[in-house]
Design a protein around this ligand. Structure first.
Ligand SMILES: NC(=O)c1ccc[n+]([C@@H]2O[C@H](COP(=O)([O-])OP(=O)(O)OC[C@H]3O[C@@H](n4cnc5c(N)ncnc54)[C@H](OP(=O)(O)O)[C@@H]3O)[C@@H](O)[C@H]2O)c1
Length: 312
């Protein structure tokens, strides 16, 4: 028996959002609409129904109502001082809407249970919005986190995620690694495609928890480097950036919020604190509860997959 597909509104489909968009398009249980400030060839090529918006509450509300959306998922990656305002308008629009009563704000990072204020710039963006969410009524929401995107270990033609060689410790495109800290700090990573499959399953689930975690593999950068070297049979050009180097960068760029250097320094602090390592017990419990039909790849498995496929 066929049922009416649930309409999911995605906002801020740039890099990561493409995976969720594709997985929703492939699933008969859902229809997808995208809310954006601009026209995008990729969305046109995928025949996605796109609504233009300036991300004000009025505009989002009118789109949620006219599209009959049941849930809103945000991937907006905006300057940190805009994050709260933009997400507040998304939340208010959901509250006022006729039927959009589920909301996933743009988080997609690490262990926010233990490190809610890392990276440091989340202290003035995501954390205040999390407080607003907690006070809200009438909306079911979850903060979805996945550790690092494992795709950063892949060559750039295999993933929608553009390389971030200064930020992520391993640079597979130039075959080198500049590891932050000792390299033995705990990390977690998940393949973007599998994150997308998990989001789709969560959208089909009857109830949500305030935070949702998925992880492909818990590891360290030293182990990841060994895995890469073994898989490809060649040594990476390796260097380390110590905790005191990162501290020095933070002191140098602390007043330059919005600059790339500021962001990289504070992501380094998050990385050596083990902030990407989503809490194991909760993650595994939620894997059983929501995601038992998804195979989450380890790094070695993803490297093998990327070897076999033109695109992951
Ligand atoms: N865990 C990880 O390793 C990892 C890695 C990368 C990203 N992330 C997180 O994943 C999420 C999505 O990242 P992404 O790389 O997919 O993002 P992205 O492609 O850089 O940006 C996503 C969208 O944000 C919107 N946007 C950008 N600047 C904006 C502004 N000034 N005002 C309003 N909207 C703006 C744009 O949407 P429109 O142009 O359509 O309006 C853009 O397409 C973010 O939360 C990011 O922090 C996590």
């Amino acid at each position: 028996m066929s049922t009416t597909p649930q309409i999911i509104a995605l906002v801020g489909v740039g890099n990561l959002g493409k995976y969720i968009c594709e997985e929703l398009l492939a699933d008969d249980r859902f229809d997808v609409v995208v809310i954006s400030r601009r026209e995008q060839k990729w969305l046109k090529d995928h025949n996605v129904n796109v609504y233009m918006s300036d991300y004000t509450e009025e505009s989002i509300l009118s789109i949620l109502d006219s599209s009959n959306a049941a849930a809103l998922v945000s991937f907006v990656n905006c300057p940190h001082d805009r994050y709260v305002d933009i997400h507040r308008s998304f939340l208010n629009a959901c509250i006022l809407s006729k039927g959009c009563k589920r909301f996933i704000p743009s988080e997609w990072a690490g262990n926010i249970d233990d490190y809610p204020l890392l990276p440091n710039f989340y202290g003035t963006s995501r954390q205040p919005f999390r407080e607003i969410l907690k006070e809200s009524n009438g909306i079911e929401w979850t903060l979805f986190n996945n550790g690092w995107l494992m795709d950063y270990f892949l060559p750039k033609d295999k993933t929608y995620m553009p390389p971030i060689p200064d930020e992520f410790s391993v640079d597979p495109n130039n075959w080198r690694a500049c590891i932050k800290g000792t390299g033995d700090e705990g990390q977690a990573w998940t393949c973007a495609r599998e994150i997308a499959k998990a989001v789709v399953e969560l959208l089909a689930a009857a109830e949500w928890e305030p935070t949702t975690y998925v992880v492909g593999e818990w590891g360290t950068f030293n182990k990841a480097v060994r895995d890469m070297e073994t898989f490809y049979g060649r040594s990476l050009q390796l260097s380390y950036k110590s905790a005191s180097d990162i501290k020095r960068d933070i002191a140098e760029y602390a007043n330059q919020e919005g600059s790339r250097e500021h962001e990289i320094a504070y992501v380094g602090e998050w990385e050596i604190a083990g902030g990407s390592a989503c809490p194991r017990e909760k993650t595994l419990r939620q894997r059983d509860k929501y995601f038992s039909n998804i195979k989450f790849s380890t790094l070695k498995e993803l490297l093998q997959l990327a070897k076999e496929k033109t695109f992951v």
